[in-house]
Design a protein around this ligand. Sequence first.
Ligand code: TRP
Length: 380
Amino acid sequence: MTLSTAAPVAATTPAQVTRPHEAGSAVGTLDAARARSLAVEARIATDPAGFRVLTGERPTGALHIGHYFGTVANRVRLQQAGVEIFLVLADYQVITDRDEAGDLPATVREILLDYLAAGIDADRTTVFTHSAVPALNQLLLPFLSLVSVAELDRNPTVKAETAATGGRAMSGLMLTYPVHQAADILFCHGNLVPVGQDQLPHLEMTRTVARRFNQRYSAADPYFPEPDALLAPSPTILGTDGTKMSKSRGNTLPLGASEDETARWVKRARTDAQRAITYEPETRPEVANLLTIASLCTGSTPEQVADEVGGAGAGRLKALVTEALVEHLRPVRARRAALAADDGPDVLEILARGNARANEIADRTLADVRELMGMVYRHG
Ligand code: TRP
């Protein structure tokens, strides 16, 4: 592999690292994924029980408002619509691009508090960690046999993430984690994966693994579903510096932050030199971002918020955004504080239950896979 020569590109724009002759098909894939997402939304509305969602995140830190207004809101929406959801806290994926995973139990607890405060219901949604589900991880071995090194090498998101490590040699786990993600999704026969654009190549990999497994081992009666992507309907929230909100950039507002911290975060947020506030996402992304946040909190459109502020300028806009965030997040933060209190519930117990359920399902899937592959050795 020649990773040191990979172009340093933003992790969120895989299309940029696509070689020119592939660009057309990458765009085509995105259009196709958008069209499929719309069709899937219509099916969810009529048959929520026909779907099982698998999604999740790397436990690298507490969740921030970008997660809250984006992925988490979408999961809560699907959960309320009656779709069954599995959330993986991908602890093995934390060490794809770093040596130190940090204090994982503490981080996992923070994320569980964020989930519950935001409306994830542990009776309807299964939360689990990679490391607690051995049979899931074992699926990686047969799955790896179904893809070529050249295919692994081509993954634009893996390239971008490796480039973002600033010259670090790519680990084998980094190269293969998209296949591990296929195991995350397929162990529970997940057929729907809410994703941002950067995860589309991984979902394509999952569909490839499922298709090839079925062709090779269960052609008469396909064993794995080929999951659909559900492209995120909500906008990306930017950090104080105008780039995508990300813990490693130090530009985030954690969901559980205090009111003071919220005010300080808004104060730090970049705006521009133009006094009159207008909603122009292309030319004024930082101002548009603040308008979007206010809009998500108040239910007004970003244009309405812009009209309200008008010539009063960025100072007025920031006061309005702070107020909107504090008001909107007050009940979420109150719930979070109650859950986090010393006399609150043991949130890690929720994870123990989720891990038990995930193990039951993974054990069954692995037993089926061994059977289909002719790897059951009966005696006596
Ligand atoms: N890679 C995802 C992220 O960084 C987290 C993840 C792990 C995931 N396994 C998954 C997402 C399976 C969707 C499906 O956000």
